[in-house]
Each structure stands twice: as C-alpha cells, then as structure tokens.
Design a protein around this ligand. Structure first.
Ligand code: MN
Length: 260
C-alpha cells in the first residue's frame, strides 16, 4: 500500500485502530424541539410520511417524505442563524468552507456537576482547570460539554420546562467570549436541545452562545449524544450540515473518529 497519510488512515480504519462514534440522536416524531414563547415563530417537529413501501404506490421501492425545522434533533448551527453573525461571508450551511466540517474536539466532562444541578453553567475557571490536566484548547477545536443530558430519553425530562422556562445546563456567559476570542475555537457543542443553557434568555447578553459564538463566525452543535464515549482530547469530528441554500443550520449526522 502507498505510504501516505490517507493510506495509513484507511489501514487504521480497516484494522479498527480508528473507531467511528455516532454523536447523533435518532430523528423521529418523538424528537424534542425547542419550546419558544407563543408569540414567536415555531420550528416544525420532525414529520415523516411514507410515499410507497413496495406496494401499489411504488411496487419495487420504499421511500418517505419528511419535514422539520432546520434546528431539529442533533443539528449544526451556522453563523447566519443569529443576527450577530448575519454579515459574515460564507456564513450559511451551503457556503461555509467544507474544511470547517472536519475538526478536533475537546470534551469537558461535567456530568457529575450536572447530575447535582440541571442549571449548571460551565465557567472559564472550570475550563482552565480542565486545561491544566489536558492542555490548552487548541485553536480550531470544538469544545463539547459532556453532561450526560442525552441520557434523558423522555422529551419532557430532556426539555425540562418549568413555569420559569427550561432548566438545561450550558456555558456561562463569561465562558463564551473566552472560548471564541481567547481560544479561537471552531464552535461549541452540547447535549441539550440548543447550545445555550435553558435559562440563557435571562443572561447578559441573552443567549450568549448564539450571540457571541455566531457573532464571532463560529458554529454550534446541539442535541449531541455519546459524548461519554469520547476521550477528553484526540477525537476528530465530522459535522457537515445539509447543503441548504442560505440555511441557518440543519439536522446533522455528527460522527467522531477516535483512536482505539
Ligand atoms: Mn440550533
């Protein structure tokens, strides 16, 4: 075999010394969709309708129509999603340079803290603690917050809506500028329905992971799962959204490559 990096990569895949981990949730009618106040526009839930199933409607073929909002299930957030990111060139699902869809990941495990407090916010101090153990977050990396929130398979527990809004862990408002500007990450990923904490509408600025990340031309990944199968560093993420023209995001089959 040719001795180049891709040949060695192919060999590592074939021998199982690189493993592929699926970080995506199944997409079906039960997939939880973000809940917004009644006066705001609504994201469609995932809906699927059979076209034919080897029957009179199509004797030899099975296929479906489906519909959903761009931000449904495990999905990619593009900078154009937020008003703060609307003026960047190549800021939408079809125009983001494809090189950006393959990038390393740092995984910060706060599952213990989140088990004790669903409103847990990851702070710069906690990230610096992680860095003392695992090294500085390299520029161009994803930062994934492992919370084990995806183990909440019941939609009500996953959304965790109370009278005062949803209670889901996320980044502290001080962490987002730290990651975007001081670490120059490629984006932020979390296990909740969106990238921001459930109570982030109260933060200053509101929804910092949207306003500051996208305002810095960075991306988001939401509703990730299987983060407990990733090492703290060393995983490579593959995250291409659908090539929706001027799309603000799309459901995404997020894969991680890890060395076994
Ligand atoms: Mn989103």
């Amino acid at each position: 075999m040719e001795d180049n990096v891709l040949a060695r990569f192919a060999q590592a895949l074939a021998s199982g010394s690189i493993r592929v981990i699926d970080l995506s949730q199944p997409l079906n009618a039960a997939t939880a969709v973000i809940q917004l106040p009644p006066e705001l526009g609504k994201s469609w839930p995932f809906h699927i309708e059979e076209i034919s199933h080897y029957d009179s409607r199509g004797p030899a073929w099975y296929w479906n129509n489906f519909s959903c909002g761009e931000h449904t299930g495990t999905h990619f957030d593009a900078p154009v999603h937020w008003v703060s990111g609307k003026d960047y060139p190549r800021n939408a699902t079809d125009s983001i340079p494809v090189e950006k869809f393959v990038a390393p990941a740092c995984v910060i495990d706060v599952s213990r803290e989140v088990a004790a407090d669903p409103d847990f916010l990851l702070t710069p101090k906690r990230v610096e603690e992680w860095e003392r153990q695992h090294g500085r977050i390299p520029a161009g990396s994803w930062v994934l917050m492992r919370t084990d929130w995806s183990k909440r398979t019941d939609a009500a527990a996953f959304l965790n809506m109370k009278e005062d809004g949803s209670h889901v862990p996320g980044p502290h408002p001080d962490l987002v500028p730290f990651l975007a500007k001081e670490r120059n990450v490629i984006g932020w990923g979390s296990e909740g329905v969106g990238t921001d904490a459930g109570q982030a509408f109260r933060f200053e600025p509101p929804f910092p992971c949207h306003s500051i990340m996208h305002g810095s031309n960075k991306f988001g990944l939401a509703s990730l799962t299987n983060l407990d199968k990733l090492p703290p560093t060393g995983a490579i993420l593959i995250t291409p959204p659908l090539k929706i023209v001027n799309g603000s995001g799309s459901p995404c089959r997020v894969l991680a490559l890890i060395s076994a």
